[in-house]
Design a protein around this ligand. Structure first.
Ligand code: SF4
Ligand code: SF4
Length: 136
């Protein structure tokens, strides 16, 4: 019988910083899953939900405006901070983070403790004008 490792983060107590990464790459299987979820064709899903990534073969999730981090994945509910397509989210979202720790969560909790504010959202801006993922 395996022993599960402790986990030192709580995604439900976090503003979903990882959903604001500029580069959230998706596979063709992810796009097909999104197409099934929204009952649309795969090529429509690809155009509507993704854009060119770091190279011409890579597709990354499109973003929307976000008051806390500048932009965030278009599927993030920016009020509740929850994923609106949880059951159909891309593979990379299911596997993140890949360790017992989340660096942002450690940072967030340290700042909340230091500043005595359990609700504060620690900002970490994405670089404005990062043209490597600007395929809009
Ligand atoms: S993995 Fe980290 S940054 Fe992402 S939602 Fe969970 S605690 Fe927040
Ligand atoms: S698809 Fe959902 S889990 Fe993945 S980045 Fe977007 S909001 Fe976050």
């Amino acid at each position: 019988m395996g022993t599960s490792l402790p986990i030192f983060y709580d995604c439900l107590n976090c503003p979903s910083y990882c959903c604001t990464y500029p580069r959230i790459p998706v596979t063709q299987r992810d796009i097909a899953r999104l197409a099934r979820h929204f009952k649309i064709d795969e090529d429509v899903a690809e155009r509507r939900f993704t854009k060119r990534g770091y190279d011409k073969r890579e597709r990354v999730l499109r973003h929307q405006k976000d008051e806390h981090f500048g932009t965030a994945c278009r599927f993030l509910d920016t009020e509740t901070r929850l994923c609106t397509i949880h059951g159909s989210r891309p593979t990379i979202c299911r596997s993140h983070p890949t360790s017992s720790n989340c660096g942002y969560y450690t940072f967030l909790m340290a700042e909340r403790r230091d500043q005595g504010d359990p609700e504060m959202i620690v900002r970490a801006y994405n670089l404005p004008g990062d043209t490597r993922v600007s395929g809009d």
